[in-house]
Unconditional design. Sequence first.
Length: 97
Amino acid sequence: MPPERFVATRDNVLQALQWLTLRSSPGDQLFFVFCGHGAQLVAEEYAGHRLCETAIVPTDVSDGDDPAVPRVIHDTDVHRALLQVPEGAQATLLYDS
């Protein structure tokens, strides 16, 4: 069984993204790969239209306090982490989900 830090839980994936982005410098090329499930969740409904947000699904998606609220990693969570990448660095994300 792999050490717990290598399991793709929500916390571990977000910590890995933070580790990657906070250690980057101008000129670096960052590469993040996620192979697993993806999802689209309704973010809001407006004038009869559903606006969806994409998400990746970690291994502990159903381990939250409220089973009706999945513990996914929203694209806004990833975007928030990428805001830490300094100018002059390049980040490439590959999702196989």
